[in-house]
Ligand binder design. Structure first.
Ligand SMILES: Cc1cc2nc3c(=O)[nH]c(=O)nc-3n(C[C@H](O)[C@H](O)[C@H](O)COP(=O)(O)OP(=O)(O)OC[C@H]3O[C@@H](n4cnc5c(N)ncnc54)[C@H](O)[C@@H]3O)c2cc1C
Length: 381
């Protein structure tokens, strides 16, 4: 059966997340955009609301939210501020490798930390010379007795400057390429690990990305997730599951831009009438509405498939591509509808345009999503 209504619990979750976005995020979003400061008071409240740890299963003391729940919340949080949303959402990304491949003991040790305090975790796959081609990673972990010795550099690690631990992907057997990669949990306090300076960005400036440098950093072999050689598979499974939350971010940014553009078009008078009376403007708004609705349906579908353990590589890539391309298009058109005001910092649409761009890049660029979709359809999926 197909159903298009949310449960009462999901409606409440949505209403609460929207109230959080209105009361806690929007009032400070410009401040954090301008300063790039780490928004401690927002994250404290996000943790109290259960958003920082939403994917931690009930068995480990967390709220045990589904990916569909996560998508519902993420749309609202990104509506509030995409930069703050990214910091919150990236905790879910970071812990998903543990949810997928962690042992019961690893889950108890690492997931329960996020329940006990407003802590951050970070997902570390990208390297300076291995971005889209993540399988070409060279960060090396060599097993020596009961430790892995890690050497190399990672980059663009979201939340990395403030994380308590990292889910790190590195090569344990360079001769096997991507099949020789493994996933390790690395505590921030590991000797030999240094955190670089924060990336200065165009948008989503409230979020934090850093480089990680490993020089003979040792972690216990007990921190290996799954088996050696499974790292790339764990990373790809993680991204299949979490892309719906990025797509939901796209829906949130697009909706935020659309709402401002719609209000403006109804009230801005030129040539004696509201500008919405011009078909050139109203059709832009109609196209926005079409794509936002379609994006949300694709997002819910991809999340629902994860929740029902249905392979969704194609659908999650489609939802991420469509929703984040939509966010970029809608934010750009919203700037156009507001004319000179759209370009001014007095209105938020210029921020949404800068914020939307990142959604098309991280968790795999939209070109890479199209590669995934193309491969899936070539295989008849
Ligand atoms: C703010 C921010 C946050 C991030 N957060 C994280 C994080 O938390 N953890 C993490 O591991 N990574 C993170 N990333 C990294 C992000 O996932 C990569 O930037 C992204 O995957 C692209 O890699 P790249 O930047 O090296 O670009 P490249 O791989 O060098 O690509 C450059 C361009 O070439 C295109 N391209 C490359 N190969 C192909 C191809 N085969 N076909 C068509 N086009 C292609 C790309 O689409 C892109 O347009 C983040 C990045 C940013 C900017």
């Amino acid at each position: 059966m197909i159903g298009f209504s949310l449960s009462d619990e999901q409606k409440q979750l949505q209403a609460d997340a929207h109230a959080f976005a209105v009361e806690v995020m929007r009032p400070v979003s410009r401040h954090y955009d301008l300063t790039g400061e780490w928004a401690v008071p927002v994250y404290q409240k996000a943790w109290e609301a259960g958003y920082l740890q939403s994917l931690v299963p009930k068995a480990y003391g967390g709220p045990g939210k589904s990916q569909l729940d996560e998508a519902i919340v993420c749309e609202e949080l990104a509506w509030g501020c995409a930069g703050l949303y990214t910091s919150i959402m990236a905790n879910g990304l970071a812990i998903t490798p543990i949810l997928i491949a962690g042992s019961d003991q690893q889950k108890k040790t690492w997931l329960s930390k996020l329940v006990e305090a407003p802590l951050f975790a970070a997902f570390s796959l990208s390297e300076p010379n291995a971005g889209s081609d993540a399988g070409g990673m060279t960060c090396r972990a060599e097993k020596k007795g009961d430790v892995y010795v890690i050497n190399g550099t990672k980059c663009y690690c979201t939340n990395g400057g403030y994380a308590d631990f990292y889910t790190l992907f590195c090569s344990t057997d360079p001769s096997r390429g991507a099949r020789g990669s493994s996933a390790l949990i690395v505590p921030r306090s590991t000797p030999g690990l240094t955190v670089g300076k924060a990336l200065d960005k165009m948008g989503q400036r409230a979020s934090n990305q850093i480089e990680l440098h490993f020089e003979n950093a040792e972690v216990p072999v007990a921190n290996l997730l799954g088996k050696e050689g499974m790292g790339f598979i764990i990373a790809m499974k993680t991204l299949d599951q979490t892309r719906a939350a990025v797509a939901a971010g796209g829906v949130g940014v697009a909706r935020a831009a659309y709402e401002i553009a719609l209000d403006y078009a109804k009230t801005r008078i030129q040539f004696g009438s509201p500008i919405i009376m011009n078909q050139g403007v109203s059709f832009m708004l109609a196209d926005m509405a079409v794509k936002i609705e379609a994006s949300r349906l694709l997002t819910y579908q991809a999340a629902w498939m994860t929740d029902h353990q249905i392979k969704n590589s194609k659908q999650s890539a489609i939802s991420k591509t469509f929703a984040t391309d939509t966010a970029m298009e809608v934010a750009t058109d919203a700037v156009q509808i507001l004319g000179g005001n759209g370009y001014s910092r007095e209105f938020l649409v210029e921020k949404f345009m800068r914020d939307a761009k990142l959604l098309q890049i991280y968790e795999g660029t939209n070109q890479i999503q199209r590669l995934v979709i193309a491969k899936e359809i070539q295989q008849g999926n």
